[in-house]
Design a protein around this ligand. Structure first.
Ligand code: ZN
Length: 180
């Protein structure tokens, strides 16, 4: 009910505090920073391939500085409105990360490219690149290594990914979310 109520207010479940420049004037190469309350939304954005910084230990000041580096700030904290003269702040409403993502896609007119899906590490935001199966021998459980022939690895934290049921579920979920 809370989500419905808030969505009715803004139409999208979130507010764009743009004053001078519409956010959708920006390019498709949008980069984001999510506050500590939006970890799941950050993961979804990373799954879509968007460069999204997220840290549970980031201070408010450091978070605000990220806007100066060209990132769009995503926050649930209404108290930071007014701390920055910004067209780069979006206050995210609602508790459901999937609805938050859907609202954000609509608000910014994002057109996620399926070629970019799963190109970033959901853990650290690093880029993921294909690797040979022999390169991950011993780094993944044996039953995974013998059962798959495609692997990729995060260039930053080393996390290894393979096409599995979880990724397939996520892809279907993304397609469902973005199709409406
Ligand atoms: Zn990583």
């Amino acid at each position: 009910m809370k989500l419905l109520c808030l969505r009715a207010r803004s139409g999208l479940g979130m507010e764009n505090h743009s004053t001078t420049q519409p956010l959708n004037d920006l390019t498709v190469y949008m980069r984001f920073a999510a506050d500590r309350m939006l970890g799941k939304l950050a993961k979804w954005l990373r799954m879509l391939g968007y460069d999204t910084l997220y840290s549970r230990t980031l201070s408010d000041d450091r978070f605000l500085e990220l806007a100066e580096q060209g990132r769009i700030l995503l926050s649930r904290n209404t108290r930071i409105v007014g701390k920055m003269a910004s067209n780069r702040l979006i206050i995210v409403r609602g508790n459901d990360p999937k609805m938050q993502l859907k609202g954000l896609v609509r608000l910014l007119g994002l057109r996620p490219n399926p070629n970019d899906f799963f190109s970033r590490c959901i853990v650290c935001n690093g880029l993921i690149e294909p690797v040979e199966p022999r390169d991950v021998a011993g780094k993944v459980p044996d039953y995974i290594w013998t059962g798959h022939d495609k692997f990729s690895e995060c260039t930053s934290c080393g996390k290894i990914y393979w096409p599995g049921s979880h990724l397939e579920r996520s892809r279907r979920e993304i397609e469902r979310l973005l199709s409406v």
